[in-house]
Design a protein around this ligand. Structure first.
Ligand SMILES: [Zn+2]
Ligand SMILES: [Zn+2]
Length: 479
């Protein structure tokens, strides 16, 4: 370990915001990128489909990039890959399920054949120039999630990425807690740790606790059951299949993202179900109502999703019939409450019974609460700490938690997007800032929509539009 070496850690997204996680690790002439996600547009971003990170700093330094490592298959970690690969082509590393989900995305963008995808396995490590990266199994709301131990010339960085400590996970292996303890004993320079649930006391419930709730809910249902959840929550899909099997029901899949997640997880062996469990959505009418479960997209009330269209009678294949039970097995992402509420109202008004988080414990979070975070800090025992994956209040609360556990304030770094944390083997400081921010994507293009266009759209949406048609005749001057 040289005392002259310097490591720069540059978050280009995911700080003081939820979404578009991407971080660059730069040492000399080498850059390693971890994650590359999208954020969802805010209410005032009219007509915007998604938000991706500004990666102009990386584009400028593309010859240095050794690769992109993806920690898991959620949109806020992989969603921007097709856009970023337009700027620079580098190998993309991920676990089996993560890459299986990414492949659908690359195919839609027509770049599957030209992308260099490399599978990594929890428990193994890989060399990226002078970075040696260990992939550590974690538990989260999607299987095959990993944390990283990045061994650099100045010391070891532990990046937990999104995790909860689930002692009884469904459809995945338990978290490799021993590895974190081992790293802690060897000495960790910096811990970067998930802050999403830092405001919640205690311990996140295990996925397994939902088993009884699903069983009880399914037992009550007299007619069809519609279940919606995050498509990538493979563990939850498995639970729905198990409850369906128990009550002799077949499952029909409804919506593109559920279909993709189902195919990816089945192909990689993350779903364990009998083939005859699945029925085509076109054939559900051949069964009695009490023999059917429909697994559908739309847990966030997204207007174009299958459940929203079913609720508003705009779906071509499924219509609500009185006596249907609709189970919403997800919590609203902040900002989506109104959309979901509208869907719930419509479902009730059509005669369905709706089971949602306010009425039943039908969802558990995928992120660590305070007690799990404390355990992580104790195991890893870092010299420095950077809270990640949260709005400012989450980062601040996580900093407080670290201080309560004995860290001093000057060893904790609350970063902003674009800030550069400069580390040596014995020092750390925020030094400099690089170009960063967000790029708006609408159906037509990437980055074409700036604040002026958004302002015009806002005006149009509020004040309407007048089109002035004026004809003019061109008269040649005679004199
Ligand atoms: Zn995330
Ligand atoms: Zn996640």
């Amino acid at each position: 370990m040289s005392s002259k070496e310097k490591l720069k850690i540059i978050p280009l997204g995911g700080m003081r915001e939820i979404g578009k996680n991407i971080t660059a690790f730069e040492c000399g002439e080498e850059i390693l990128i971890v994650d590359c996600g999208i954020a969802f547009p805010e209410d005032e971003m009219l007509g915007i489909d998604l938000v991706i990170p500004d990666v102009s700093y990386l584009t400028k330094n593309k010859s240095k990039i050794k690769g992109i490592i993806l920690t898991h298959g959620h949109e806020d970690h992989i969603g921007a890959i097709p856009y970023v690969l337009r700027e620079f082509q580098v190998p993309v590393y991920g676990t089996r399920l993560t890459l299986a989900l990414l492949r659908f995305k690359l195919e839609e963008h027509g770049i599957l054949g030209t992308t260099d995808l490399r599978t990594v396995y929890p428990g193994q490590s890989e060399q990226f120039g002078r970075f040696n990266v260990e992939f550590i199994r974690t538990t989260h709301s999607i299987p095959d999630s990993i944390a990283l131990a990045i061994h650099t010339p100045v010391g070891t960085i532990v990046q937990t990425s999104d995790f909860k400590i689930d002692y009884t996970p469904i459809a995945s292996e338990p978290m490799d807690l021993n590895k974190f303890a081992e790293l802690g004993n060897q000495g960790v320079l910096l811990l970067m740790c998930d802050s999403t649930n830092v405001e919640s006391e205690g311990h996140t419930m295990s996925e397994k606790t939902l088993e009884a709730t699903f069983e009880e809910t399914f037992r009550r249902a007299k007619g069809r059951i519609l279940v919606t959840t995050f498509a990538s929550n493979i563990q939850r899909l498995q639970q729905v299949f198990e409850a369906s099997a128990k009550f002799n029901r077949k499952v029909a899949l409804c919506g593109r993202s559920i279909d993709h997640a189902f195919k990816a997880a089945s192909a990689e062996g993350y779903l364990n179900i009998k083939d005859d469990m699945i029925v085509d959505i076109d054939k559900i009418n051949k069964y009695k109502n009490e023999e059917i479960v429909i697994l559908t997209t739309g847990s966030q009330g997204e207007p174009m999703s299958a459940l929203s269209r079913i609720a508003s009678s705009e779906h071509r294949k499924v219509e609500i019939i009185p006596g249907d039970m609709v189970v919403i097995s997800a919590n609203p992402i902040p900002g989506n409450e109104k959309l979901i509420s509208r869907v719930i109202n419509e479902l009730f008004s059509k005669g369905a019974e709706v089971v949602y988080e306010k009425l039943a414990d039908i969802h558990v979070s995928g992120h660590a609460c305070k007690e799990e975070l404390r355990l992580m800090h104790r195991l890893v025992k870092p010299k420095y700490f950077m809270p990640v994956h949260g709005e400012y209040r989450h980062l601040k609360q996580h900093a407080n938690l670290a201080m309560e556990m004995g860290m001093s304030e000057e060893d904790i770094f609350i970063m902003d997007v674009g800030d550069v944390l400069e580390l040596t083997s014995h020092s750390a400081r925020i030094n400099g800032h690089v170009a960063s921010g967000r790029v708006l994507v609408d159906g037509l293009g990437v980055g074409d929509v700036g604040s002026v266009v958004l302002r015009d759209r806002k005006l149009l949406s509020e004040d309407g539009l007048i089109v002035v048609v004026m004809t003019a005749r061109k008269r040649r001057a005679t004199s």
